[in-house]
Design a protein around this ligand. Structure first.
Ligand SMILES: Nc1nc2c(ncn2[C@@H]2O[C@H](COP(=O)(O)OP(=O)(O)O)[C@@H](O)[C@H]2O)c(=O)[nH]1
Ligand SMILES: [Mg+2]
Length: 395
């Protein structure tokens, strides 16, 4: 009796690739004499192209091809795909690959061989001998950076590849994975490193095998690299904190508070821009400090507006146009400026000019007045911009 491997192919608008990828995956059987390959295509309900019709046609002709429709998100596609396989196909090994043909499908043979050697988890990797990453420079930097960050903070150090889906594992391992903790329902690719982490906690015996990742020829990538970077960083910090015994669900909190976190990052960058131009105007152009501050503050406001408009609140549909938003944003910032002046004035009246002695230095009270303005001004700016400047309107 042959053994059975189910291969989940998650799809989201993959009409140009899914037929050829499915056939190439099934073809790998010629290098796997003891195995029968089954394919489960897990198509996102948001797919608006012909992926579904194409796979259903294939499934009619070939009982090895199965099709399910799944809720949005890569994690949902993968997990629901494996659950379907366990329920209906009773596989000896669960495997998964990208459906777009970017990953050369012969990796499947190596993944299964590793499971046959006695490992419970085989990981396709661009970072072991024979592996190749033929993506653009930005993506290469991301792959490497994510790998390094995960290895340092989440561990283990000896897994080099964390951000692709090509893997195989035993049903026993899959059943031991804590799905309550794994963020598989989140609409992000974080499932890729998070699944590894949870698999290791579930006792996986793992090994990496080489994989060639080509550039995409057809269709488009759904990988939002900037968001993915944010998730990899916050997830790894979450794991790290957990290890220190600090269980504050950092990943979930920062995801829920994502807009606020982005807004704060913009504010931080804006403060640096403000300070940089303040110094340039004074030292380079000989402006008086007050004049320099006026110009540098407006440059910082423009900087923050652009970042907030095209990043923080990018998905907000507003009734106002960009110029109107810029006008409102300036007014809100002016409000913030007034608030900070009042706070400094108020604190100065109460506490006056003084020093405290900290770390062997005299530190003037006015430094604390400056920093005391940041939380209330942040709150003001965020609240007003959230509810007014970038007010979301559905119609
Ligand atoms: N079901 C499902 N599949 C997805 C989703 N996002 C991406 N995929 C599939 O996952 C695979 C990898 O995604 P891709 O966009 O190619 O990311 P990249 O290879 O990292 O650029 C492809 O087969 C996609 O069709 C999703 O939200 N739901
Ligand atoms: Mg891809």
């Amino acid at each position: 009796m042959k053994k059975l491997v189910s291969v989940v192919l998650p799809t989201y608008n993959e009409e140009a690739n899914i037929a050829s990828t499915t056939l190439k995956v099934l073809e790998q059987e010629k290098c796997l004499q003891d195995w029968e390959i089954y394919v489960v295509v897990a198509d996102d309900i948001r797919s608006s192209d012909r992926t579904e019709q194409i796979v259903k046609e294939l499934a009619k002709k070939n009982k090895r091809v199965h099709f399910i429709k799944v809720e949005p998100g890569l994690g949902v596609g993968l997990i629901k795909g494996h659950q379907y396989a366990l329920d209906y196909l009773k596989p000896d090994v669960l495997a998964q690959l990208d459906a777009d043909g970017q990953v050369v499908p012969d990796v499947l043979v190596r993944l299964i061989n590793v499971i046959e050697e006695g490992y419970s988890l085989a990981i396709g990797s661009r970072f072991v001998t024979g592996g190749k990453n033929q993506l653009t420079l930005v993506r290469k930097i991301f792959t490497y950076g994510a790998s390094l960050f995960c290895r340092l903070f989440a561990g283990p150090w000896n897994i080099k590849e964390v951000t692709n889906s090509a893997r195989a594992f035993t049903p026993e391992l899959f059943k031991k994975i804590n799905l309550k903790r794994l963020p598989w329902r989140e609409r992000t690719f974080i499932i890729q490193p998070a699944f590894l982490h949870e698999a290791i906690l579930a006792g996986a015996k793992y090994k990496e095998v080489p994989l060639v990742f080509k550039n995409r020829l057809e269709g488009y990538s759904k990988n939002k690299v900037f968001n993915y970077t944010y998730d990899v960083v916050t997830y790894s910090i979450d794991v790290f904190l957990n290890r220190l015994g600090i269980n504050i669900r950092f990943f979930y909190l920062t995801r829920r508070a994502k807009t606020f976190v982005k807004f704060s990052m913009v504010g931080f960058i804006g403060t640096m821009v403000d300070f940089l131009f303040y110094k340039i105007f004074i030292n380079g152009l000989g402006f008086a400090p007050a004049t320099a501050k006026g110009f540098s503050a407006e440059i910082a406001i423009l900087n923050n507006f652009i970042l907030n408009n095209f990043w923080t609140f990018r998905y907000r549909k507003t009734k106002t146009n960009t110029w109107q938003k810029l006008g409102i944003f300036n007014l809100v910032s002016l409000g913030g400026l007034l608030i900070s002046v009042f706070i400094v004035k108020f604190l100065h009246i109460i506490y006056g000019d003084g020093f405290i002695y900290l770390f062997g230095r005299h530190i003037a009270y006015n430094n604390f007045y400056f920093f005391a303005t940041i939380p209330p001004v942040m709150l003001w700016n965020f609240t007003i911009n959230h509810f007014i400047t970038w007010r979301h309107s559905d119609d």
